[in-house]
Design a protein around this ligand. Structure first.
Ligand code: WT7
Length: 659
C-alpha cells in the first residue's frame, strides 16, 4: 500500500519529450482532450466509432450500449464476430502473414520465432483437433499451462471455436484447480506435462490428477497435454491425449465460429472479500476492442515495435496484454517461459538487449526485486546492458513507490522512456487510469489520468463526489466495453460487489481507495475491502483464513496485510490452535507446517510470511474480530487506538510477539 504522506508530497514532474509527442499515436494534450471531449459529447457514438474502426465484424452492430438491464450492461450486442479471426486472419489476409507474432524464449535461453501465418496455422490445426474430439461453442475449458506459444495457441483455438476458456495460473494448487473446474463446469482441460522455470522441471499434470481425485470433475472428457519436458506420469487412455496428437493430420485452415458480441470469451477467477474466488466473466467484442485499443494508446505501439509483457497468461495481464491485445494490434511480442533471476539477475536486461525490445511492461514487485539484485550483483545491473531499443516502459499490478519508479526511469528507461503506470483490474479488462506516453507529464507513483471514455471519479460512502485532495472510493461512473459482465453463476454477488446500493447502484466500485491531487492526478492508496496485494497478486484474507482453519490443528485464524519492501504487502496470520498455545520451538514447527498447508490449499503465493499464535484473537464483546488492531500489531507498532470495546485487550501483547 502506498504511503499517503510520501506520495502526496511528490513534486517531481517528467513531461514527454517533443520527439516522442511528435510521433505518438495519441499526441499531446490536444490529442487526448479531443478524444475525451468526443466521449463527453457523444458517449455511445465515441465507442461505436472505435468499435467499427478496430474490429472486423462478421455482422455489424446497430446498437452500441444496452442499459435496459443495468448493471448487466451489453455492448454492440446485435453484432457478431470471431475474436481469433480478429487477432490472426486479419493480419494474414492483409499481407502481414510473414511478420513475427511471437519471439518465444525458453527458460534455458532458446529462441523460437512464430509468424502470424504459422500461428494461424497452429491455432487452426489445434482447433480442428478439438472439434474432432467433439468440443464446440458454449463448452468451457480449463487451461492450466506454463508460459508458452502453446498456451497462446490453446486460448486462441478456444476463441476460434467459441469455447469459453478459464485459465488457471500454473502456480495454483490442485485444490484451487479443482474448485475452478467445478465452478466453471468445464468439460476439457488443456495442460502440460511439466513446466520449466529457473532451471527446474516442475511437473504440472500430476496436479490435474490430484484435482480429479478431489472429486466433482466427472464432466471432463479429455485432458490435452502439451509435452514440454517428457515427464512420464499417470496416463488414462481415452481421456488423456497429447496436444501434438490432437493437432496431427489436421488442416491448417479452420473456419472461425461466428459468435455474438456478448459471447463469454473467458472467465478468469480472482479473489474477493469472501472465501470463494469470483469467476469474472468477460465478453468477446468489448474486451477485444479495449485490449487492442489500449495497446495502441497506452504503449504507443507501431508496426516496428518489439513488445514484451512479462506477465503470466494465468493473470488478466496475460490475457489482455499477451494473448489478445498485442495480436489484435499486429505486434511482434516476446513470450518468456522463465523467471527474472535465472540464470542471473540480468535476465530481463539481457533479453531486452538481445531481442531489441522497444516496449517493456512489468510489475513493481519485479522491479523492486531487481533493484535489490542489481545492488547485490553489479555485473548484472541494467546499466551493463544496451537498453537503447526501449522507448516505452510500463508498470502494473500495484502502486509503484516513487523510489522504485525513479530507479526504473533512470536505469531501465535511460531517463528517456515514459513510464506508463497502468491502473486497472481483472474486472476492467484493460487499462483504465494511465499516462499516455505522448501526452501525460509523469509524477512518480501516480497512475495519472483516466483514458478517454473512462469516467473515473472518487466518491464518499454515499456516492457523492469528494473535493480534490480528499481521499475516497474509486468508482467508474459510466460502463465501458471491456467491463466485467457477470460473476459466473452468481449475478447477485456481481451486483452487490460492484454496484452497491449505498453508492446509488449505478457506479462501478473498484474496491480501491484513491486520492486526486490539484492537477487531477489519481493516486491509488490500496484496497478498501479484505483483499491483499502480494507481489501484484490478489488474495482474499478470508480465502487464506479458510485454508488455515481447514488444518486439523487450527481452531481460528485471522489474516491481515502488512506493508513489505519487496512484495508490497505481506501476509500475517494470527492463529489460535485447538490445543494450548505452543512454546517457541513448537510454534516454529507448526508455522512451517501451516505454510506448506496453505501452499497446498491455494498455492505458494498465499503462504503467510509471518504466523503468530495466541490463546485467542482480539474480539469485541459481540465476538467480532478487530482486524484494525491486528493490522497495527502486524506492523510491530504500538496500539494507540481505543481498546475499550475489546473483550480481551491483553491478547494484543501476546500476538505482538513475532517468532
Ligand atoms: C488491483 C487489481 C491490473 C492487472 C493486474 C492486477 C491494484 C493494479 C495498479 C497500479 C496501483 C494497482 C489495485 C487493483 N493495482 N494496478 N498501477 N497502481 N494499484 O489485477 O489482480 O485484478 O488486481 O491491483 O488495488 O484493484 P488484479
Amino acid at each position: 500500500m502506498a504511503n499517503l504522506d510520501s506520495v502526496l508530497t511528490e513534486t517531481r514532474v517528467f513531461p514527454p519529450s517533443k520527439d516522442f509527442v511528435a510521433q505518438a499515436n495519441v499526441s499531446g494534450p490536444e490529442g487526448y482532450q479531443a478524444l475525451c471531449d468526443e466521449a463527453e459529447r457523444d458517449f455511445e457514438g465515441f465507442w461505436a466509432r472505435l468499435a467499427r474502426e478496430h474490429i472486423q465484424w462478421a455482422k455489424p452492430f446497430t446498437r452500441t450500449l444496452d442499459e435496459s438491464n443495468a448493471p448487466f450492461y451489453k455492448w454492440f450486442d446485435d453484432g457478431e464476430l470471431n475474436v481469433s479471426a480478429n487477432c490472426l486472419d486479419v493480419h494474414v489476409d492483409n499481407g502481414r502473414g510473414d511478420k513475427v507474432a511471437i519471439i518465444f524464449e525458453s527458460d534455458d535461453g532458446k529462441t523460437t520465432q512464430v509468424t502470424y501465418r504459422d500461428l494461424l496455422a497452429r491455432v487452426c490445426r489445434f482447433a480442428n483437433g478439438l472439434k474432432a474430439l467433439g468440443y464446440k461453442t458454449g463448452d468451457r475449458s480449463i487451461i492450466y499451462m506454463p508460459m508458452s506459444v502453446e498456451a497462446v495457441v490453446a486460448m486462441q483455438a478456444c476463441a476460434r471455436l467459441g469455447i469459453t476458456h478459464s485459465v488457471v495460473f500454473g502456480g495454483f494448487s490442485a485444490k484451487s484447480l479443482q474448485e475452478r473446474i467445478v465452478d466453471v463446469g468445464a468439460t476439457l482441460v488443456i495442460t502440460a506435462d511439466a513446466q520449466q522455470r529457473g532451471g527446474k522441471t516442475i511437473p504440472l499434470k500430476p496436479a490435474v490428477e490430484e484435482a480429479f481425485g478431489l472429486g466433482g470433475c466427472e464432466a471432463i472428457r479429455n485432458v490435452v497435454v502439451y509435452k514440454r519436458a517428457d515427464v512420464a506420469g499417470n496416463w488414462e487412455e481415452g481421456r488423456d491425449v497429447w496436444m501434438h496428437d490432437v493437432e496431427a493430420g489436421q488442416s491448417d485452415t479452420c473456419e472461425p465460429v461466428i459468435v455474438n458480441a456478448e459471447h463469454p470469451l473467458f472467465i478468469l477467477y480472482t479473489s474477493g472479500s469472501t472465501g470463494k474466488p469470483k469467476g469474472v466473466q468477460h465478453s468477446s467484442a468489448g474486451f477485444l476492442l479495449w485490449a487492442h485499443l489500449t495497446v495502441k494508446w497506452t504503449f504507443d505501439l507501431k508496426p516496428d515495435d518489439v513488445y514484451w509483457c512479462t506477465a503470466d497468461v494465468g493473470w488478466i495481464t496475460g490475457h489482455s496484454y499477451i494473448a489478445y491485445g498485442p495480436l489484435a494490434a499486429g505486434a511482434t511480442q516476446v513470450v518468456f517461459e522463465g523467471v527474472p533471476t535465472f540464470p542471473n539477475a540480468g535476465r530481463f536486461w539481457d533479453m531486452i538487449q538481445k531481442h531489441k525490445v522497444s516496449i517493456f511492461y512489468t510489475a513493481p514487485t519485479a522491479i523492486r526485486s531487481l533493484v535489490k539484485a542489481a545492488e547485490g550483483s553489479p555485473e548484472h545491473h541494467p546499466q551493463k546492458y544496451d537498453l537503447s531499443s526501449l522507448r516505452v516502459i510500463g508498470s502494473v499490478g500495484e502502486p509503484i513507490n516513487p523510489e522504485a519508479w525513479m530507479w526504473y526511469y533512470k536505469n531501465v528507461g535511460g531517463e528517456r522512456c515514459p513510464i506508463v503506470d497502468t491502473w486497472w483490474q481483472t474486472e476492467t479488462g484493460g487499462h483504465m487510469i494511465t499516462p499516455l506516453p505522448g501526452v501525460t507529464p509523469l509524477k512518480p507513483g501516480s497512475c495519472t489520468t483516466p483514458l478517454p471514455g473512462i469516467m473515473a471519479a472518487i466518491v464518499d460512502e454515499t456516492g457523492g463526489d469528494v473535493e480534490l485532495g480528499k481521499g475516497g472510493f474509486l468508482v467508474i461512473k459510466r460502463p465501458w466495453p471491456a467491463m466485467i459482465r457477470n460473476i459466473w453463476g452468481d449475478p447477485e454477488r456481481f451486483k452487490k460487489s460492484y454496484y452497491p446500493e449505498e453508492l446509488g447502484g449505478t457506479y462501478y466500485l473498484a474496491g480501491d481507495s484513491a486520492n486526486r491531487d490539484t492537477d487531477g492526478y489519481f493516486w491509488i492508496m490500496g484496497r478498501v475491502d479484505d483483499v491483499l496485494n502480494v507481489s501484484g497478486h490478489r488474495l482474499g484474507t478470508m480465502e487464506v483464513e479458510s485454508a488455515l482453519v481447514s488444518h486439523p490443528l487450527v481452531a481460528e485464524a485471522a489474516v491481515v496485510g502488512r506493508p513489505d519492501d519487496l512484495t508490497g504487502e505481506a501476509i500475517v496470520a494470527f492463529v489460535v490452535l485447538k490445543k494450548a498455545r505452543p512454546d517457541d520451538a513448537e510454534a516454529a514447527e507448526i508455522a512451517k507446517d501451516l505454510r506448506a498447508w496453505v501452499a497446498r490449499e491455494i498455492g505458494p503465493i498465499a503462504k503467510p510470511k509471518d504466523i503468530r499464535f495466541g490463546d485467542n484473537l482480539p474480539k469485541t464483546r459481540s465476538g467480532k474480530i478487530m482486524r484494525r488492531l491486528l493490522r497495527v500489531v502486524a506492523k510491530g507498532e504500538e496500539v494507540t487506538q481505543d481498546v475499550s470495546t475489546l473483550e480481551n485487550p491483553a491478547i494484543l501483547d501476546q500476538l505482538g510477539k513475532a517468532l
